[in-house]
Write a protein that binds this ligand. Structure first.
Ligand SMILES: [Zn+2]
Length: 101
């Protein structure tokens, strides 16, 4: 039997009796989409050219080829609800600000 732990509250999730929610977040450095497409086409053509000519250059700069960071979390039903309400954890920061009155 596989045990899952909620990555937010660290509680064990009983997969037999409650739903386990998986949050998958993909983070990618982004630039202007139109510009990115244009640059990517150029890069691929350049790369293809160099491969064909057998002069692949290790120093080539491929900023748009950076892999996306993917993070994955298991959440219990309660934390799933909290996450939906506040995916970036902003309420907690605001609450601290308001409590200083
Ligand atoms: Zn939880």
């Amino acid at each position: 039997m596989i045990h899952y732990t909620c990555d937010r509250c660290k509680r064990e999730i009983d997969a037999c009796h409650e739903t386990r929610y998986t949050v998958r977040i993909e983070i990618q450095a982004s630039s202007d989409p139109a510009l990115a497409d244009f640059d990517e086409d150029i890069d691929h053509l350049t790369e293809l050219h160099q491969v064909l000519e057998g002069i692949a250059d290790d120093d080539l700069d491929f900023p748009l080829s950076l892999p996306a960071q993917i993070v994955r979390y298991d959440l219990c039903p309660e934390c799933h609800q909290q996450f939906l309400k506040n995916p970036l954890g902003r309420d907690a920061m605001m609450a601290i600000g308001f409590s200083n009155n």
